[in-house]
Write a protein of this length. Structure first.
Length: 318
């Protein structure tokens, strides 16, 4: 599917790039972890004790969690337990070996990089979650729709939209999914930073799509078409594209036409492909659907073209 779209000139639709705020969020987390561990760089002075005990005592001595609504010892114990499980053997040995010298914490200090660690910290340690919320809360939190349409800032969008999304607002759920997917693309962390239970980006999109919100249905179709966060299933992609296309979503109509043209997830049907390419081309700035329509028209019989034109004339957005 992806190769076909690229050959035809299509691209996967991506939300606006909110990357700068995402990078700040990721950098803040890494810097915070480094600060907590700063005193470990003088490794030669450490007593011979367990890795977790060293991390715990360092965290408590550092005083990073003062002022948070949870005891330092409880938060630090959770932090030390999670970090000790994610350190690479090399980084861990430099901490526990008094003769190992200092250790500089960076992406390479943790198995799989920073993303698995940050996810585990956020999900398992309430005090850590509170600290990250404190670090990443925007100065001004606008209304949800204003945040999405004017700020184009993924962290701000999550803070602005989560309340409405949790109340069942389909558009806010879609915005949460878009912002979450952008943060995941930059930092590797999938889930909202604002207080409350973590809901991953795909789940927000699914909730919105289930309420018949066209942009979310299209985005969910993309996830199934490309195997992004779910098992690849082009039949399921076609189902969600159809729901969005029936509402007039241009990119859904375009991508659904590609599936029909090549018989991917649906039975090959040039009449349906012609229909959806034609509808996608109406009032569109993208020239690709029109070119694809004209290309397959040369493969169709007069009867097929007549049937396609009949379907186009009868179509109305739902």
């Amino acid at each position: 599917m992806k190769a076909k779209l690229q050959r035809r000139g299509g691209r996967r639709s991506k939300p606006a790039a909110f990357s700068r705020s995402s990078q700040r969020c990721s950098i803040r987390l890494l810097c915070w972890i480094i600060v907590v561990c700063a005193s470990l760089t003088a490794g030669a002075g450490l007593r011979a004790e367990s890795l977790q005990d060293i991390l715990l005592s360092t965290c408590v001595a550092n005083g990073t969690y003062r002022g948070l609504p949870i005891s330092e010892s409880e938060t630090c114990r959770c932090w030390a337990n999670v970090v000790s499980q994610h350190l690479t053997p090399s980084a861990a040995s430099k901490i526990t070996d008094p003769t190992g010298g200092g250790v500089v914490f960076d992406q390479d200090s943790f198995v799989g990089g920073l993303a698995p660690l940050s996810t585990a910290l956020y999900d398992n340690c309430p005090g850590v979650q509170a600290k990250l919320d404190q670090l990443n809360r925007p100065t001004v939190v606008p209304p949800c729709k204003e945040a999405f349409k004017t700020h184009r800032d993924d962290v701000t969008i999550e803070w602005a939209c989560k309340g409405d999304a949790e109340k069942g607002d389909a558009e806010a759920q879609y915005y949460m999914g878009v912002a979450g997917s952008m943060l995941k693309g930059v930092s590797g962390y999938d889930g909202a930073r604002p207080p409350g239970p973590r809901v991953d980006a795909l789940e927000w999109i699914r909730r919105s799509a289930s309420q018949d919100y066209g942009p979310a249905q299209f985005m969910l179709g993309q996830s199934y078409a490309q195997g992004d966060g779910v098992a690849k299933d082009e039949a399921e992609a076609a189902r969600w594209y159809t729901l969005a296309a029936d509402q007039g979503h241009k990119r859904a109509q375009h991508y659904l036409a590609v599936l029909y043209e090549y018989g991917r997830g649906v039975q090959k049907d040039l009449v349906q492909a012609y229909k959806w390419y034609s509808l996608a081309a109406v009032d569109s700035r993208d020239p690709i659907p029109g070119r694809n329509r004209d290309s397959i028209a040369r493969q169709m019989t007069p009867e097929q073209l007549a049937e396609a034109q009949r379907l186009i004339a009868a179509w109305k957005p739902e």
